[in-house]
Write a protein that binds this ligand. Structure first.
Ligand code: DP6
Length: 373
């Protein structure tokens, strides 16, 4: 698949001269948790290695995009609101996003946008909202493109497959991991030899049957540190340039993904645990061994990891942990073990969470259109 695929041909550009004046779309889009991590990217948000994630269900961003045709002016024109409050500090990130995607959505400068967004998880929870936020916005913009095409003379809607693919393509240009938040419970992003149709340009649904052991898998997010991220993802990915172990890490990610395909098909929970924990610790090892170097885990992160290992040894449970680029711990476990693991979390792990806060989530299936006007 080539980038040109996402640029409308000259005949369709004409159709943008439609009389569409104003309207609104509302999409709700989930966060996701990577099992094999994306860490390191090339120009234009192309990942250095393929990644795979579970889509979450409860951690979501809902975004309403209101658009109205502008009288004049060639600049981007938009306002952003979080929970009803104007947030000018979010504007630079969206401006960068618009600049990156305007080639693919040539109507962007012709409209004024009001972007109203809210998260189901607290803004200050330390849970990154970029994946859910950028995917929700990309979907709203795709709905708008669809509307523009349909409202023009003889216009037809985009087919569903293209709509989803382009939404993921655009979301990636907002934040890499956002392209894994559009559709599907398990999503792969990045070209991988064993996954037909996989692409560096957008996320695809895991194309094989996932074993029922992973059905309704749980992700309980322990909020160890709710502060601002110590290392932004842009800075983080840049640490992989010239990193002494980078090339080996990228190769390892390919191998881990090959292995993960097999594990997900066979429902091998023990192998799943080894892979997922190794990926989490490798991500942090990359940060610790880069220049400059960072330790993003907190003492409580390590306490939790040790408690999880001890619990697993004692009980034979299949819970495991994974980490993002921060101190919070995602505890992953099968549906069958929900009661037992939640009991363990309440008794032994909550004390390491800031103000005792944690969020219970499970695997979800992707984004939803909530409203259109
Ligand atoms: C550690 O997607 O936030 O969560 O493309 O710069 O926006 P940008 O990065 P981002 O990086 C996510 C990194 C990660 C691993 C992952 O989700 O695969």
């Amino acid at each position: 698949m080539k980038i040109e695929h996402f640029i409308l041909g000259p005949e369709r550009y004409q159709e943008y001269n439609s009389s569409l004046h104003s309207g609104a779309f509302t999409w709700s889009s989930p966060s996701n948790i990577a099992l094999v991590k994306y860490w390191g990217k090339k120009e234009n948000q192309i990942p250095e290695n393929p990644s795979i994630s579970f889509t979450l269900d409860a951690c979501k961003t809902t975004t309403t995009l209101k658009y109205s045709k502008k009288e004049s002016g060639a600049d981007f024109s938009f306002e952003v609101f979080l929970d009803g409050e104007k947030k000018d500090e979010f504007k630079p990130k969206i401006e960068t996003f618009f600049k990156r995607i305007e080639l693919y959505l040539p109507f962007l400068r012709a409209y004024h946008f009001k972007i109203e967004t809210s998260n189901t998880f607290p803004h200050s929870s330390g849970i990154a909202s970029s994946a859910s936020g950028m995917s929700a916005l990309a979907l709203c913009l795709m709905s708008m493109e669809n509307q523009l095409l349909m409202s023009s003379e003889g216009g037809k809607p985009l087919n569903d497959g293209f709509f989803t693919e382009k939404a993921s393509f655009l979301a990636r240009l907002g934040s890499g991991s956002a392209c894994r938040s559009i559709e599907g419970d398990v999503v792969v992003w990045g070209k991988h030899a064993d996954i037909e149709g996989s692409s560096d340009l957008f996320g695809v649904k895991f194309p094989y049957t996932v074993h029922e052991n992973f059905k309704n898998y749980n992700d309980t997010i322990l909020l160890v540190d709710k502060g601002e991220k110590q290392v932004s993802s842009t800075v983080g990915h840049d640490l992989m340039y010239g990193h002494p172990f980078a090339q080996e890490r990228f190769k390892q990610a390919h191998k881990h993904l090959s292995h993960m395909i097999d594990v997900l098909k066979r429902g091998d929970l023990k192998a799943f645990i080894s892979l997922v924990e190794s990926e989490a610790l490798t991500l942090h090892a990359m940060m610790m061994s880069s220049m400059p170097y960072f330790i993003l885990m907190k003492p409580s992160t390590l306490e939790i990891i040790n408690k999880i290992w001890a619990f697993r040894n004692q009980t034979g449970s299949n819970l495991c942990f994974t980490l993002d680029a921060g101190a919070n711990v995602h505890v992953l476990y099968p549906e069958k073990e929900t009661e037992q693991v939640l009991e363990f979390i309440k008794n032994e792990l909550v004390e390491y969470c800031q103000n005792g806060h944690y969020i219970c989530d499970t695997i979800g299936f992707g984004a939803n259109l909530l409203d259109e006007e």
